[in-house]
Structure formats: C-alpha cells, structure tokens
Design a protein around this ligand. Structure first.
Ligand code: ZN
Length: 143
C-alpha cells in the first residue's frame, strides 16, 4: 500500500462535444487547463460505448461494445500520467432505456451524445502509471 497527499486546486467544468470520443475529450480538457493530476466526474449520454471487464486470472481486459444509446448515470475516474502523457482512468455506470444498468472500465470508442464533466485538480507531484507485476495493471507507481 502507498498513499500520498495532494491539495485540491481548481474545479473545471466542461461540456463535451457531441460525437467526439469521451476519453480523448476528458484528456483534452485536462491538457488545455494544465491539469496533470485530478479527479473526474461526469453525467450525460453516449451514442455507443466501449467497456471492459478486467479478468484477474488471465490479466487481460475483456472488451464489450454497447451499440446503442445509453445514459451516463455515473462516470468516475482520475487523471494522472503514463509514459509522459495524460492518462485518464474512468469507469462508467450506464443506463438502458428500460432502466437497467451496465458498466465497466471505459475504453476509447465511447462516443458522446451529451456530457457534463467536472474535473477537480489535485495539486502536487503527479503520479506516473507503471506496470504492476502482481495485477498486470498499469497502476500508480512510487507512492
Ligand atoms: Zn479501470
């Protein structure tokens, strides 16, 4: 286990562009405001989604596409660094037309219908992601 303290900085609010990629736009908002470490939350809707479930035994992401409009009931995630670039790690809870939910790890390919994002800046030395041998995941290193 490792932990580090950050202080909260700016709170940036953005409306994402219709038809654009969700994760690309979240990273672009962070980059445009110079946020290298932060927490993200959003609500809205997607035209389609690409989710993944991490198989802990196989240590691989199992992707599954959602080829229909869905509500973004909750996007929660964070901004940090990976290989010197902005890394967005986000999970989605999506709502179906009949009220059922599905969710998972957000992959590139989630297309925005409408999305309201709140990005909370965390001030301090940003965390860098690196390969974790135990889980196989790109986790925060050097905490
Ligand atoms: Zn994840």
């Amino acid at each position: 286990m490792g932990a580090r303290t950050f202080t909260t900085g700016r709170r940036i609010v953005a409306r994402l562009e219709h038809g654009g990629d969700l994760l690309t736009q979240v990273a672009a908002v962070a980059d445009a405001h110079g946020v290298t470490m932060g927490e993200v939350r959003a609500v809205g809707a997607l035209r389609r989604a690409e989710l993944a479930y991490y198989d802990q035994t196989a240590k691989t992401y199992e992707p599954h596409a959602v080829e229909r409009p869905v509500e973004v009931l909750s996007l929660v995630g964070n901004i940090s660094r990976r290989d010197g670039e902005t890394a967005v790690h986000a999970h989605l809870v999506l709502g179906e037309a009949d009220g059922r939910c599905l969710g998972g790890h957000a992959l590139p390919g989630c297309l925005v219908f409408a999305c309201e994002l709140v990005l909370e800046e965390l001030v301090g030395e940003p965390l860098e992601r690196g390969h974790d041998e135990v889980t196989g995941l790109p986790l925060w290193a050097a905490l």
